[in-house]
Design a protein around this ligand. Structure first.
Ligand SMILES: *Cc1c(COP(=O)(O)O)cnc(C)c1O
Length: 462
């Protein structure tokens, strides 16, 4: 199994090298050279298996020789041991034919843990085998950073630097990053937006001298292992509702397009998925491009669902690569034009193919709050604002096919928004009840590449 860049000129890599590399050297993202198929019979055989066993069977064909069966099985078991629900990603029913998949049972209460815990174990295993160290860097709108710090804390083969937009993450999100005490973890508060964080991260990866010097590795959703880990729960959910004999649909609260893209991989593997519905907040670039074919960036308007406050979705490039017939140069041209002019038009053919796979909806702030109220009254569920956006968009797509909406975070992670809607502050689970009593450790940094690189060079141990 080999991985190729969406921009067509970076070298082909094995799974192991693709995950250690993160962003390809031509600026693209790694994708599998081909998506393995899983037969009807093999999907049927997943019924009744544990999450871990399903994860092994779904991920195995993507991994090739990079990890032995025994290593992979151990990695998966260690990754999910800290989840507080036996099913890992349980379903609850909201309405007739509408189910919520709870992806927030990991250590930082958001679905990012599902992928990040796996990546931590993958990295540790491969770096020990090679006798190497790396510097993990990530940009976060809140949830990725906490999940990364939690996954890598104390692992001896890595230093972790997480960039987050100063003042633009929730108190719980911030504290989940700044209270991690292990000396290999560093929270960096950047003056700017999440897009600024993401842009500086890309700049660091494109500075090859720096990148090689500190042995930079990325765990943002550009990392293929993130996507792969997320493919798994599309299978567990679909199978528990009757796949492969019955098709299902998914609605996914979307920001960087990683989670929903994982759903499209599951579909291409052969899982019977009827609709993949992209749910956005008021930062609706994905809803606009899927509706019209015009990919037009606008400024980010901070919302009550901050983990979806993005201007450009990195993983959308992976979807574009597929609908542009996997022609790297065409994707490179498109992305360059977007970077320069802030907008591009997707070709009619490519737009048509996108619409065969994805549909979309956009939810305003008022509608988000209203859905939190309704879900409590009618479904007896307290939703985080991101999940509420999913449930709201799903309403327009309910029918005879079971709909599964992804609940991407625990409501206690966004207590202000939930309290504004229903007047109740959802409590943190007992295992993290002392979060607000712990000391914080954070470094402020300007939105400036050189300043950022200086801080990282000063702290790394490679
Ligand atoms: C990251 C995140 C999202 C968006 O997921 P993408 O993979 O970036 O589309 C949605 N909700 C929550 C709570 C998140 O943390």
């Amino acid at each position: 199994m080999h991985y190729v860049s969406t921009r067509g000129t970076a070298p082909k890599l094995t799974f192991e090298d693709a995950i250690l590399t993160g962003l390809a050297r031509d600026g693209g993202l790694y994708v599998p050279a081909e998506v393995p198929r899983i037969s009807h019979g093999d999907i049927a055989a997943l019924a009744g298996l544990s999450y871990e066993e399903t994860a092994f069977r779904v991920m195995r064909p993507f991994i090739g020789e990079s990890f032995s069966d025994e290593d992979l099985a151990g990695i998966i078991v260690r990754a999910y041991a800290g989840f507080d629900h036996a099913a890992r990603a349980p379903l609850v029913q909201l309405q007739p034919n509408h189910f919520l998949m709870e992806l927030f049972h990991g250590p930082t209460l958001a679905f990012k843990d599902v992928a990040m815990q796996l990546i931590g174990q993958l990295f540790q295993t491969v770096l020990h085998r090679r006798g190497e160290r790396v510097t993990i860097t990530g940009a976060t709108s809140g949830d990725t950073g906490a999940a990364a710090m939690e996954a890598f804390r104390g692992l001896d083969a890595v230093d972790v630097f997480i960039l987050y937009p100063h003042g633009r993450v929730s108190g719980v999100q911030r504290r989940q990053m700044t209270t991690v005490s292990e000396p290999n973890t560093h929270a960096l508060a950047l003056t700017g937006t999440f897009d600024d964080c993401q842009a500086r991260l890309k700049d660091m990866f494109n500075d090859f001298a720096f990148r090689d010097d500190v042995r930079l590795a990325g765990v943002n959703s550009i990392n293929w292992a993130r996507i792969l880990a997320q493919v798994v729960y599309y299978f567990t959910a679909a199978v528990s509702l009757g796949a492969p004999h019955r098709a299902v649909s998914f609605t996914v609260p979307t920001g960087n397009f990683g989670d929903i893209f994982a759903g499209s991989i599951a579909k291409r593997m052969g899982l019977p998925i009827e609709k993949l519905v992209v749910a956005t907040n008021q930062n609706d670039i994905l809803h606009r491009v899927l509706s019209t074919g015009d990919y037009v960036t606008q400024g980010v308007i901070p919302s009550i669902s901050p983990s979806m406050d993005i201007q450009v979705s990195s993983n959308f490039e992976r979807a574009l690569f597929d609908v542009y017939d996997r022609e790297g140069p065409a994707v490179a041209q498109l992305m360059d034009a977007l970077k320069e002019g802030g907008e591009v038009r997707i070709s009619q053919g490519a737009h048509g193919r996108l619409r065969e796979i994805f549909t979309s909806g956009r939810v305003s702030e008022a509608e988000t709050l209203a859905m939190i109220v309704r879900a409590r009254a009618e479904f007896s569920e307290i939703l985080c604002p991101h999940s509420a956006i999913g449930v709201e968009v799903a309403q327009a797509h309910l029918g005879t096919t079971p709909m599964i909406t992804l609940a991407t975070a625990h409501p206690a992670k966004f207590p202000d928004a939930v309290e504004a809607a229903i007047g109740v502050r959802p409590p943190l689970p007992a295992r993290m009840a002392n979060l607000f009593q712990q000391p914080e450790r954070v470094t402020r940094v300007e939105n400036d590449l050189a300043a950022l690189q200086g801080i990282i060079r000063g702290k790394v141990s490679v």
